[in-house]
Write a protein that binds this ligand. Structure first.
Ligand code: UDP
Length: 265
């Protein structure tokens, strides 16, 4: 049986990055961060310039990682794994560890855009249904004066589309690339191209553009506060039931994992 381990003080570059720790949930690393920490990390990544990948981990990710070694490897080598799911906060608490807050792609994108407008970061929006990335770009630039969205393109996660996307992104030279192809495709896509794209921050954002444009309704704040966003999604997107079966399996697997392997370093 896989044991849960956790460790503190990841080997980051102290000159730029804040000190952080992470929790391991069913073998998947989840970084303990707030939204403010995320923005600081992104500023550090951009200053550094090398490619960095950010993943928004939820219980579906964790269960997918358990059966998909390629996805597991991507999460393992990602620079940040955000706790995008209340189930992860619960699983951490069972280990006596605390993840400070849920940090979602859907709330993260507008926050990053707001900081980008102040800091001069250039954003690129890739993915979602045709026209959605462009519409999200318009909404964000309207909301945050001075924001530079240097590209919005639908593309697709297929290999056939990759050369065209890479050419467009390289030409636009963004600081932050948001990729909305759903998990695990978006994260696998980024990992395969991270060294070719020439972008310091690449983040898989799932349905974030759909939420910004109102294409898909986000759970109201009170539903989120009750930790019931998963139920809202099940009701409003019933076709996801098969994917959401991951949730009870996740709970079961976490409950079954009685022992904590001990504190690392
Ligand atoms: N998506 C896409 N191309 C694909 C598959 C998905 O552009 O081949 C987009 C989809 O339109 C949506 C986003 O990926 O905007 C997120 O999809 P999903 O519902 O899987 O993400 P989640 O809601 O789990 O974050």
């Amino acid at each position: 049986m896989e044991r849960t381990t956790y460790y503190a003080l990841r080997n980051t570059q102290p000159a730029i990055h804040i000190t952080q720790y992470a929790v391991r949930i069913l073998g998947v690393r989840v970084d303990a961060l707030t939204y403010d920490d995320l923005l600081e990390q992104i500023a550090g990544f951009i200053a550094e310039g090398a490619p960095h990948q950010i993943c928004t981990v939820n219980p579906e990710f964790v269960m997918e990682a358990r059966r998909n070694p390629a996805f597991r490897a991507v999460l393992e080598q990602a620079d940040l794994c955000l706790a995008d799911g209340v189930g992860l906060l619960w699983a951490a608490r069972r280990q006596g560890r605390r993840l400070p807050e849920r940090v979602t792609g859907s709330d993260g994108v507008p926050l990053i855009a707001a900081r980008a407008a102040e800091a001069g970061w250039r954003l690129y929006l890739l993915g979602a249904a045709p026209g959605v990335a462009e519409q999200a770009a318009e909404i964000l630039t309207g909301r945050y004066p001075g924001l530079q969205v240097v590209g919005a393109y639908v593309g697709s996660p297929t290999d056939a589309d990759a050369p065209e996307i890479i050419a467009r992104v390289r030409q636009a030279k963004p600081d932050v690339l948001f990729v909305a192809y759903g998990a695990p495709s978006q994260d696998l896509w980024i990992a395969r191209r991270r060294d070719t794209l020439g972008v310091p921050v690449m983040m898989g954002v799932g349905g974030a553009f759909d939420h910004i444009t109102g294409m898909r309704r986000r759970a109201p704040a009170w539903v989120q506060r009750l930790n019931l966003e998963w139920l809202f999604r099940l009701i409003t997107q019933p076709w996801r039931w098969r994917r959401q079966l991951a949730l009870p399996w996740f709970v079961w697997a976490v409950m079954r994992e009685k022992e904590v392997a001990g504190i690392g370093y």
